[in-house]
Design a protein around this ligand. Structure first.
Ligand SMILES: N[C@@H](CCC(=O)N[C@@H](CS)C(=O)NCC(=O)O)C(=O)O
Length: 252
């Protein structure tokens, strides 16, 4: 079985897939796309992933897109070190949490990410180039135009941070119900993997909003201590490692 992952080091969606590969100890080739340069919008890549986003998996010539779909696919084709619980009810719970995670934190985290990390690059562009770049994005055109070259307004930032906070509270409640230490109980699952990059990102932006939630503090320590974590977050995967203007804000 040969796997090629088209992805980007700092992409939260890519980090989910790398974590599962590393957790299973499956070798994979990485093609690294430069998202700010628009590699994901080139015609050859759009043939693989018409959404113009990373990640995309090539498995022996079969193409699979969308990070949560890819992580479930990997658990099916390489069931060793499974991240999927056995019982149908537990699987349903995991999938419901993954839907919640894609709708809430995965979307919300883009607002502080773009405002704090990427905006300076967009501000250097001419208005024409910016609009052309936004309009070339199949999935994120409206998102880019709403952000514009001045960034999301404070109200949008506040609402994103509120949605992230509700995520930490939901995680806390799930761990309370399952007995922890992971969201579904004693075994790590794809739901933990799905939410992980959002918390890593907020920590990297020095905006962790879960310090009063002891169970989430422990969850975060546990996932960072997982053997798959370090190989997933190789150098360049954190925004503070890529953008000098974030460096003085980054946590120790
Ligand atoms: N639902 C998709 C979302 C993928 C996505 O938004 N990827 C981002 C990086 S995390 C991307 O490629 N952005 C490029 C762009 O916005 O042009 C997934 O989970 O794979």
């Amino acid at each position: 079985m040969a796997f090629t992952l088209y992805n980007a080091p700092q992409s939260t969606c890519s980090q989910r897939v790398r974590f599962v590969f590393n957790g299973k100890k499956i070798p994979f080739d990485e093609v690294k796309l430069n998202l700010l340069a628009g590699d994901q919008l080139k015609p050859d890549y759009l043939k693989l992933n018409p959404n113009g986003v990373v990640p995309t998996l090539d498995h022996d010539g079969d193409i699979v897109i969308d990070s949560t779909v890819i992580t479930e696919y990997l658990d099916e084709v390489a069931p060793q070190a499974s991240f999927t619980p056995e019982s149908p009810v537990a699987r349903a719970r995991m999938r419901a949490l993954m839907h919640f995670i894609d709708e809430m934190p995965a979307a919300a985290v883009r607002v502080p990410t773009f405002n704090l990390a990427f905006l300076p690059s967009f501000q250097k562009m001419s208005r024409e180039d910016f609009v052309a770049m936004a309009e070339s994005k199949p999935l994120r055109r409206e998102f880019m135009m709403t952000m514009g070259q001045t960034g999301f307004p404070q109200a949008e930032m506040d609402s994103a941070l509120a949605r992230l906070r509700r995520t930490y509270e939901r995680m806390d409640a799930e761990i309370g119900k399952s007995g922890g230490p992971w969201l579904l109980g004693k075994n790590i699952s794809l739901a933990d993997v799905a939410v992980m990059p959002a918390l890593v990102r907020m920590h990297d932006l020095r905006m962790p909003g879960w310090q009063d939630l002891a169970r989430i503090v422990t969850w975060f320590d546990n996932i960072r201590a997982h053997p798959a974590f370090q190989p997933t977050f190789y150098h360049g995967s954190l925004l503070s490692e890529r953008f000098p203007h974030l460096r003085e804000k980054a946590p120790a």
